[in-house]
Ligand binder design. Sequence first.
Ligand SMILES: Cc1cc2nc3c(=O)[nH]c(=O)nc-3n(C[C@H](O)[C@H](O)[C@H](O)COP(=O)(O)OP(=O)(O)OC[C@H]3O[C@@H](n4cnc5c(N)ncnc54)[C@H](O)[C@@H]3O)c2cc1C
Length: 449
Amino acid sequence: MANTTGPFPSSQSTTPFWRTQLDPIDEHRTTASLPGTCHVLIIGAGLSGASTAYHLVKDAKSSPASVVVLDARQVCSGATGRNGGHVKLAWPMITSLAKEHGVEKAAEVAQFHISQIYAMKEAIEKEKIDCDFALRRSYDVYLSKTEPEYANVLLDHQLMADVAVSKHVEFMDTKYAEQLTRTKDPKAALSVPACSLWPYKLGANLLSIAIKKGVNLQTNTCVTSVPATRSALGYYTVETSRGVIKARKVLFASNGYTAGILPEYRDKIVPWRGINSRIVVGECQIPPNLSNTYNLHNSPGTDDYINPRPDGSIIVGGAKTAYWHDKEQYYNNADDSTLIESAKQYFDGYMQRYFHDYTDTGAYTDMVWTGIMGRTPDSLPHIGAIPGRPDQFIMAGFNGAGMLHIFLSGRGMAKMLLDDIPFEETGIPSIFKTTQKRLNDTRKVKGYF
Ligand SMILES: Cc1cc2nc3c(=O)[nH]c(=O)nc-3n(C[C@H](O)[C@H](O)[C@H](O)COP(=O)(O)OP(=O)(O)OC[C@H]3O[C@@H](n4cnc5c(N)ncnc54)[C@H](O)[C@@H]3O)c2cc1C
């Protein structure tokens, strides 16, 4: 749909690898018609909506508060079904946060990243969720020929050197980086804790558990407006493509599309299109086994991410250098029904170009798709009570690293929604809080140029 009235999720979309094995709840509607009222209305059935719904009801012994989840399309058909499938301590992000917000705030976020990995592992094991979860380490590999870049990485790291969480980070200089990372001609690398998983299966399973505990899911139901004021009885009348639903509390888990229904967040959460691929190895051989996931940095801000999967295929995304000159292709672009023309060939021969063990494998691009992120000017998500809208909450704007932040943010959001716990007691990093000050910030989301 056009951006003058949106952004809204497009009616068609490219097919990502993660949506090639659909869950029975993919187009689920718990009841044939939309419920008339509910206590909590969650807009968006991606990982944010799924984690919040799961945490709202997971420990409920008796009938939980009535919770309805709406999605304009199918379950996890937004960024959650289209991403790289790996979750890692994002050290370059942490060091840049340290420069802007101080070491203490950056360390809080870094600790949240580590906790996220283990909290997801624990829940996946407890709930027996089959989503190819694997604990791993991830390499950030610096390939740039320009020495200053790596020197800067080391310099940035010094900022965090005395903080306990930095013990999780290991540096490699040129001497061993090539042998250890298996990449061609790296200048240096660092490794961090990580995990990889099948994001669609995680989200769909969390929602499935929530449905069994009483949550009402309504897919293919687009929210078209949410008023800022409520009735005398305390209900917001929310309009959807299938009629109205009245809700006492509303959560916007609508990520890149949030501005379409929450105008205060226009320019604060901007839809941003990314491109991703699946590479497979030609038949007649056992694929090489890379046990780590990767970010390959060719020059500042243009890294690709690589997630070698247990089935021998590799998810490779990024490709920014192929399209960053063409702002319309990604900036304020919410259309995941088409590919980014200038980038769709980028992945051909990728593994052969960068990894020793793939030189003679005949690896080729099997699938390419696009997905919509929600970018914010300060690169931080917006989570918490929405200023000026009592009992309306937001959990959106996760930029390119939502899985790193969402699972435990969903737990915190459930506490806010259920028990009126203040944001500060939820365990979510303080700089993620949505505030009037952040909404007043006049900075724009920067393009690659
Ligand atoms: C190409 C790509 C690669 C990525 N790689 C990684 C990665 O490797 N690791 C990582 O941690 N993160 C990655 N991310 C980011 C991550 O995928 C997202 O941050 C995360 O999935 C966001 O989850 P969400 O539930 O908030 O949003 P989404 O998954 O986008 O879900 C939002 C949902 O809201 C629904 N919705 C929106 N508006 C409405 C409306 N008006 N009415 C009803 N429903 C509505 C949408 O249909 C959608 O299903 C990547 C993202 C992309 C696009």
